[in-house]
Design a protein around this ligand. Sequence first.
Ligand code: GDP
Ligand code: IMO
Ligand code: MG
Length: 424
Amino acid sequence: MGLDLLLGLQWGDEGKGKIVDVLTKNYDIIARFQGGPNAGHTLKFDGIKHVLHTIPSGIFHQGSQNLIGNGVVIDPVIFQQELESLDKFEIDYNQSLLISRKAHLILPTHRLIDAASEKAKGAKKIGSTLKGIGPTYMDKTGRNGIRVGDLEFPHWKKKYRDLANKHEELIRFYQVDLTYDLQALESDFFAAVDFIVDKIRFVDSESVIADAQAKQKKILAEGAQGSLLDIDFGTYPFVTSSNTTAAGACTGLGIAPNKIKDVFGIFKAYTTRVGSGPFPTELFDEVGERIAKVGHEFGATTGRPRRCGWLDLVALKYSVQINGVTQLMMMKGDVLSGIETLKICTKYEYHGELISHLPFSLDKEHINPKYIEMEGWQEDITNCKSYDELPCQLKEYVSFIENFLETPVGLVSVGPDRKQTIFR
Ligand code: GDP
Ligand code: IMO
Ligand code: MG
């Protein structure tokens, strides 16, 4: 039985959490494969809005198994808070949630290094969520990290102390003004570790996936961040520290590439980005402000305002290619209602030449985005239930995207709620 992937094609926050929740009923296992609490995945149902950071977005469905794969980095303190926020839903997470023993732990000092590094960069900062993601992946690839499986052995606290001491030296190296109380942070950290060891089942997740596949179970891998934040293919250095693209699902769960069936690529009908870095189609006018306001474009993890701009099909085409997207899903079309003329970027002028691919640098001084214009739709579409009901201008917008990307749009989302989802 194949396995499907759901990935963000832009700079994150495309609406992955909502759609994973909508699709969960079709799957036995929902598995996160990379990222960590830098992610904020919003779900809305029965009048409740809930944001998940580390826990897969299938958690609210009885009978679904949720797996945190080896590619994910886990902050025990944030993870405990997330688990406690589920208490009111009476979810038996001892049964429905599994963590890979090979997933790496975010230590309090990883967060401090993140903060020191960003402070030292000054105006050149990445705009990190400061959750310790970069430093944790650095220790993983540097072969110094502490993994969930280590917690089952008594020696892990010695390993912890040695690593934390080294981290403190690194923090001093940055020579920035950073006040912290490591003892207090560690006391929360060790308490959270005890909580997790007590409540959550640790597994060899690659075996769980292999067994599930042998039993013909259906698996959906849930991406975090977006393709343009990928460590290799994103707008480096303004990226996150993991592979957010399809290949990341192979290494982050132990899936063989030939087992991947559908790749669902999810995008907003416009573009947003939070944090620093190039953004060719960014708007600095009242249209951008309007999109931010109507779309409530504030980060689900940090609350920071998201930068907004027109849809960028050059960047989307790149993401579709790298991920091998088989089906597109368009989110937040409702936010564009009422805008008279919409623009879509279809080419870049790069050093005076018109190009259709994503070049090495997307910096402002090199790129001038070229747009086509389309008539917008004026109707409120948030109550539309079928594709036929949608305004003809929106259908033309979708057709244009499909033709350009040579990939079908199988789903259109018209609001944040589970029910505001139209399958074609
Ligand atoms: P994720 O990180 O990809 O899961 O996305 P986020 O949860 O960070 O951001 C998406 C935001 O858009 C959330 O506030 C969602 O509730 C909201 N949302 C999702 N789909 C739609 C939609 O079709 N229309 C509107 N208006 N909001 C949506
Ligand atoms: P979801 O899964 C949007 C951005 C940060 C910053 C850069 C590096 O909700 O789509 P990091 O904390 O990883 O060091 O930050 O990446 N970023 C995200 N932007 N959505 C996310 O996740 C993000 N996770 C990280 O804003 O620019
Ligand atoms: Mg998000």
